[in-house]
Every structure is written in C-alpha cells, then in structure tokens.
Design a protein around this ligand. Sequence first.
Ligand SMILES: NC(=O)c1ccc[n+]([C@@H]2O[C@H](COP(=O)([O-])OP(=O)(O)OC[C@H]3O[C@@H](n4cnc5c(N)ncnc54)[C@H](OP(=O)(O)O)[C@@H]3O)[C@@H](O)[C@H]2O)c1
Length: 219
Amino acid sequence: MKIGLIGGTGPEGRGLGMQLGLAGHDVVIGSRYEVKAIETAREMADTCGSEEASSRYSGADNAAAASGCEVIFLTVPYAGMTSVLHSIGRHLRGKICVNTIVPLEFVGGQARNIAPPTGSAAEEAERLVPEARWVAAFHTVPARGLMRPGSRLNTDALVCSDDPEALKSVMELAHEMQGLRGINAGLLENARYLEGATALLININRIYGAHGSLKVMGI
Ligand SMILES: NC(=O)c1ccc[n+]([C@@H]2O[C@H](COP(=O)([O-])OP(=O)(O)OC[C@H]3O[C@@H](n4cnc5c(N)ncnc54)[C@H](OP(=O)(O)O)[C@@H]3O)[C@@H](O)[C@H]2O)c1
C-alpha cells in the first residue's frame, strides 16, 4: 500500500512512517516544504536498518503526499489541523485518513486536553472533510518507540471509526508494526476519550520520568 504522512517530518510521522516502511509499505513523508520532506525520507532510509526497506521512503509536499497515496495519516499538531485540511482536503475524498492528533496545551508543566467544541479533534476533522473515511488511532503510542527500528513496542493502538472496513484496515496496519496490537475502540466519538487519556498519560510519564503507554488487559 502507498501511505502518506501529512506533517510526517515530526517524531510521530517519522515513527509511524518508519514502522510502515519496515512492514513493506511505500511511505511518502509529507511536509509544507518539499525539500524538508525529501531530507527526512533520506534520513529514514539511512536509519531503517534494512536495505530492502530503504527504497520505500520518499518525500513530497503535503498536497502531493495526500493526492498520491491510498491511505493518509495526519501527524501535524492540533494548531495546524484546520489549515492543513483546508489545503489538502480535496485529495482525501474516499480515502482512509488516520487522525493521530491530540489537542493539548501545557499549563504550569501539566498537559491539558483542549476539548474542541465537536468533542474531539477527530470529529472536528470529520466535519471539515466529511468525504474522507476517518479513523482515529495511535494517540497513546509514543513516537520514541516507533522511531526505533528493531525495538518491540509491546503496547496497544486503540482504533476508532464509524467506518467498519476502514477501522479493520487500520487495526491490520497496527498489527504489522513490531509488537503493536490494534484494539477496536468503537465509534469515532470515542476519540475524545483517547485524546483525553493521552494528556493523562503524558502527566503520569512526567511524574515517573517514564515513557509508559497504554495496554488493555484481558483481551
Ligand atoms: N510525539 C508523540 O509521541 C505523539 C504520540 C501520539 C500522537 N501524537 C500526535 O501526532 C501529531 C504530531 O506529533 P509530533 O510530535 O510529530 O508533532 P510536531 O513535531 O510538533 O509536528 C509534526 C510536523 O507538523 C508540521 N507542522 C507543525 N506546525 C504546523 C502547522 N501550524 N501547520 C501545518 N503543519 C505544521 C511540521 O512539519 P513541516 O514543517 O515539515 O510541515 C512538523 O514537523 C500531534 O498532533 C500529536 O498530538 C504525537
């Protein structure tokens, strides 16, 4: 599959892109700046540790990444979500779009969820581009582990969507990543809990000086 990461030059986009390339997909790193995207893709090819996978990473501006790929990951900060969707929205029609965005602010060293009026960033994106097949996932999977080829993640990707086929496809993508398990987290409206839980997770990690993630026990 050809997979584009919008804002893929940051840690989350690089990490997910790294894993998807190692799993055998063609990965297009997107950026507002084509040169930065190409440079990031080159760095990923150099560090992925697999000659076979190294040919799978390329870079393009966000619009070209969105128009040229079958599945799109949105990996920009919440502050950039609306402007990015205005610029690439027409390329997302009918495509599976995976929203990883956690709307956060830091106040006095504490992470706080910015609750959008729609309830979640995921539902806000769906309102902005209703023609896309929206899935929200990977919020609680830290970029740090994803970026390291060869490390086993041993965590869960909680996946939610109103489109059962799109949800299944993204769960399968999660399963393809090293040590990651995709968990069906129900309808897209559940993204508000995933986004909020991520703020809590960041605060717990700060207290313990750790890099913990979430895993559902008993499933
Ligand atoms: N980091 C994590 O561990 C993690 C885990 C789960 C979910 N997430 C979510 O994933 C998303 C990306 O996280 P990140 O840590 O990779 O973020 P980041 O480094 O701050 O941003 C990622 C990329 O987004 C682009 N960008 C930045 N500001 C923008 C704006 N105003 N408009 C359009 N594009 C902009 C930049 O790419 P260009 O300059 O190349 O365009 C940047 O490299 C966030 O929404 C975050 O909540 C992160």
